[in-house]
Design a protein around this ligand. Sequence first.
Ligand code: GLC
Length: 408
Amino acid sequence: MKILFLNPAGLIGGAERALLDVIASLRTARPDWPLTLIAAASGDLIEEVRALGADVSVVEFPRSLAVVGDAGLGGPQASYRRSLGLAGRLSAAAPAVILYRRRLRRAIAGAAPDLVHTNGFKMHVLGAWESPRNVPVLWHIHDFVRMRPMMSRLLRTHARRCAAIVANSHSVADDVRSVVGRRPPIFTVYNAIDLARFAPGGPLLDLDRLAGMPPLGGNGVRVGIVATMARWKGHETFLRALAMLPASAPIRAYVIGGPRYETAGSQYTIAELRALAVQLGVADRVGFTGFVNAAAPAMRALDVVVHASTQPEPFGLVIAEAMACGRAVIASGAGGAAEIIEDGVDALAHRPGDAAALARLIALLAGDAALRRRLGQAAVLASARRFARARLAADLAPIYCAITRPAA
Ligand code: GLC
C-alpha cells in the first residue's frame, strides 16, 4: 500500500512528532509499503522523515496561506473575532490559494498514492480538494475542532470526502464527532513515542548553563515546563504558581522552549515571559533556556516536569515523554491529558489554569523525593504499556486496509 502523508508544517511540533512516530512504526511493521510525505514548508521534519526512509517533497505554501490559522497552531482556543480575521485573510489569499491548489494537485497525482493521510487542518481541507476522487483520504486530527468556528465549518463541509478520521484521544474524537456528525467513522489512536530515546537513562542537558544561571546547589529541586510557546500552554500559570511558593524554597524553575510556529499572534515571546517573571518577583528563580532540540536530555535534567495547559490538552506528548523518562509529572487534568495518566499513581493532576493547585503540587513533590521516585517508576512502567511505538502500525494498518478495500 502506497501512503501519502500531507503535512502543513516543516518544523517539528507535536503533530509532526506524532507523524514521525507513525512513519517510523510503519517502516518497521510494513517495510514493503512505500511512504511519501508532501510538506508545505521546509524544516527539520523533512530530513527526519528522509532518514526514516520515506520520500519527501516540499510544496511550499505561499506566505499568505502559511500565516493563516484561527487559533494558535496546535491550540484549542478561538474567538469569534479571530475567526472573522481568518476569513478576511483567507479571501485575501485567494489567488495564491488557487495557484497552490494546482501545484498540490499535480504533486499528489505524481505520488500516485493508494491513500492520503493528512496531518493538519489546512491539509485536511486541501487534501480533500486535491486528492484524486478514487483515493481515500484519512484525516489525522490532533486538536479540538469545535471551538474553532472556521475549521469546524470547513471540516463539516468536507467530511463527505473523508473516508475515516483518526483522533489522538477519545476527548478529541468526541469533539470531532460533535462537529462532523455521523460520518465518517472516527478511531482513537493514542500517540506513541520512541521509548529508546525517552528513557530514564541517558545524557542530561545543563539547563543552568543554557539559561545563563549559576549552578544550582546540591539539594535544589528542578521544576520545568517543556512546551511550545502557544499562549494556552500555561507558562503564565506556571510562573504564577512559582510566585505563590516561598522564595526560600529550594526550587528552581525552568521554561524550556521558544516560539516556533508561523501562525501570527498565538505565542508568547520569551521577552514577554521574562517581563512577567520580573513583575511576579520570581525572575531570579526561573531560567529560560530558549528552544531546545534535545527534549529527552532536558527532561532528564528536571526533577519535576510540569504540563500546565490552560485548556483541555488534546493529547500532550510532553506528558508521555516525561513519564517515559521516569520523571515526576504534574499534568493539567483535562482532555486527552487526563486519559493518559492515572492521577496519583503515575502522575499528579491539577485543574487547568489553577495556579494555586499547581503550586501545592510543586511544593508537595519538591519536599518529597520518595514520592517523586515512586511516581517516576510507575510512569516508566505505564509508558511501556501505553506508548510503545509498535502499537501505531498495529492500530493504523487495519484502518488503512478497511478504507482502501472497496466495500463488499
Ligand atoms: C497537538 C496537540 C497535542 C498533541 C499533539 C500530537 O499538538 O495539541 O496535545 O500531543 O498534537 O498529537
